[in-house]
Write a protein that binds this ligand. Structure first.
Ligand code: SAM
Length: 273
């Protein structure tokens, strides 16, 4: 099956999907609960009867809600944004921040002309920001990276029917993990925990040691089966969670930064199935 993705996001899980799917299948549980759902790379691709997508970041949840309820609006506005950016890049006379401004105005005008609600505009602007954020926004002329980002967004548009079809079936939650687990724990539950990395401030919502201690307490008291993947090099992880069941090495999905090497990523797997 083709891998579906909506956005660039640190910690997206493409390379691990096969293994996550296999562990979930072995658990024989019916409810897949993606506790730290992020870009949705896992929820979008997991084969499951019932999927709960959760993230504490309200912008992510609002985006997925818009896709669930009004996919045609999101598709239309994204297309308008891409058309406008492509034209401006081809003209070659604008700086990236000017291109951003023009594309934003175009998206807002298209929404007004078609009676599309503001929350869908915000969803598209958030998604665009995520997908261009590695592309070097700022005061330079349009670059190859900007064009590559456009190609990325066009691929998202090509996959949009599948994305919308999958998101339609989700239950979307915007809860702290402590509340989410309380709400969904039970004998049908399988939780996938992919918490933020300790010490990395990549997300709007990050984790401190107290959060990891709470997560460890939760793991020891739930009826649900689970998989947790975590960076084994993160300090204190083994003190808090004990020895992982195993550690795997994966290709680094983010691609090398210019001038840097691209070492594989190691992930500790904590599994109860
Ligand atoms: C490692 S990322 C998850 C990546 C995700 N598996 C993906 O495929 O994109 C961790 C996520 O946890 C979310 N998060 C941070 N604190 C949280 C909390 N207390 N409860 C729920 N989610 C939280 C962050 O917003 C971030 O999206």
């Amino acid at each position: 099956m083709e891998y579906i993705r909506l956005m660039k996001y640190p910690g997206a899980k493409k390379v691990m999907l096969g293994e996550i799917q296999e562990i979930y299948k072995k658990s024989k549980r019916t409810n897949f609960i993606d506790v730290f759902g992020g870009s949705g790379s896992v929820s979008l691709n997991i084969q499951s009867k019932y999927t709960v997508y959760n993230d504490l970041n309200p912008e992510l949840c609002a985006l997925f809600m818009s896709i669930q309820e009004r996919p045609e609006n999101i598709y239309f506005l994204m297309k308008e944004g891409v058309k406008c950016r492509r034209q401006l890049i081809a003209d070659g006379s604008l700086r990236l921040n000017q291109i951003d401004e023009e594309a934003t105005l175009t998206i807002k005008k298209a929404a007004r002309d078609h009676g599309i609600p503001e929350k869908d505009v915000n969803a598209v602007l958030f998604l665009t920001k995520m997908n261009l954020s590695f592309g070097g926004m700022g005061g330079t002329y349009a670059t190859r990276k900007e064009k590559a980002s456009m190609a990325y967004i066009s691929k998202t548009l090509d996959q949009f029917e599948s994305i919308g079809g999958n998101v339609k079936k989700w239950k979307i939650e915007n809860l702290d993990f402590r509340d989410l687990v309380k709400k969904y724990d039970g004998t049908e539950a399988f939780f996938y925990f992919d918490p933020p990395y300790l010490g990395a401030n990549w997300y709007d919502m990050n984790f401190d040691l107290g959060d990891f201690h709470d997560l460890a307490n939760i793991l020891s008291g739930i009826d649900g089966k689970y998989l947790m993947t975590i960076d084994p090099e993160s300090s204190h992880i083994q003190e808090i969670f004990g020895e992982p069941d195993y550690i795997r090495e994966f290709k680094n999905e983010n691609g090398p930064e210019e001038g840097l090497t691209n070492p594989p990523r190691r992930r500790a797997f904590y599994v109860r199935i």
